[in-house]
Design a binder for this molecule. Structure first.
Ligand code: TMP
Ligand code: ASP
Length: 245
């Protein structure tokens, strides 16, 4: 099924297929943090994240969000549209956590007045710095029209994901998305949506460390990492997507 390896990232490998418009994305158990300074593996993460991302991509498609997802073809592999990935990581935050607390002195867990969109330059050598719309224009990472579309798309995804994760009794604190441009110039949600790329807090647990159900358990050495991913997988797959289409 898979052809030649096109690109190996920290969490996935992309392969060519017989169709130049379609790629195979293989999810790995590898986990990294802090620009790969911290490395490890999470047992079965590839299969869990592939299952979670497949389910969420299908849910978002049903809500009218265009994604690169075509179909899941094995427990840890999916076919995706071949797109040009913008060198911009788009982060949406509902609650202050992670880098925004360090950067702006906000308190962890503080609810934001409204969802906040941030852009980061996807560049490992520079450590993915925060960038403004003017930086994006200066570096030619996207056109001003694409930036406006990116923001709208990211906020739309946030809206639908919040509804989705609420059903899992998980609070969507923040998440990162990557966006691809297809041959027709359309923007598609690409990469993955998973506990690697979202902060998810268990709504039924009050303790600030115990409620963490995402890669922060790995980043902060909180233990019970695979258990948290298993629980998220169980709750995500239990959401009936057809009820939302
Ligand atoms: P941050 O608080 O570290 O900026 O992270 C914001 C969100 O983006 C959080 O949900 C984790 C996710 N994220 C990634 O998916 N990849 C990354 O490389 C980083 C730094 C964050
Ligand atoms: N994925 C990023 C890395 O390795 C960072 C992170 O998710 O914290 O380096």
């Amino acid at each position: 099924m898979s052809g030649t390896k096109l690109y190996e990232g920290k969490a996935k490998i992309l392969f060519t297929t017989d169709d130049p418009h379609i790629l195979l994305s293989r999810y790995k158990d590898d986990a990294t943090a802090f620009n790969a300074l911290k490395k490890g593996t999470i047992a079965n993460k590839g299969e869990m994240n592939c299952a979670i991302a497949s389910h969420i991509f299908q849910y978002l498609e049903a809500q009218g969000i265009a994604t690169h997802f075509i179909k899941q073809v094995s427990p840890n592999e999916m076919l995706v549209a071949a797109v040009k990935i913008l060198a911009i990581e788009v982060v949406v935050r509902n609650i202050a956590a992670g880098s925004i607390c360090k950067r702006l002195g906000l308190e962890q867990g503080q609810a934001l007045k409204e969802p906040l969109v941030e852009f980061f330059y996807k560049n490992d050598d520079l450590g993915d710095p925060l960038i403004t719309e003017d930086h994006i224009a200066m570096l030619d990472l996207a056109t001003p029209d694409q930036v406006a579309q990116l923001k709208k798309l990211a906020l739309g995804i946030n809206h639908h994901l919040q509804i989705f994760f609420d059903q899992c009794h998980l609070t969507l604190v923040d998440f990162k998305v990557e966006i691809g441009v297809d041959v027709n110039g359309n923007l598609l949600l690409a990469d993955e949506i998973s506990p690697d790329t979202c902060r998810l807090w268990d709504q039924d647990i009050a303790d600030p460390s115990d409620r963490i159900m995402d890669k922060d358990r790995f980043r902060q050495d909180l233990g019970k990492i695979a258990e948290a991913y298993q629980e998220v997988t169980k709750r995500v797959l239990a959401v009936d997507i057809s009820a939302h289409s």
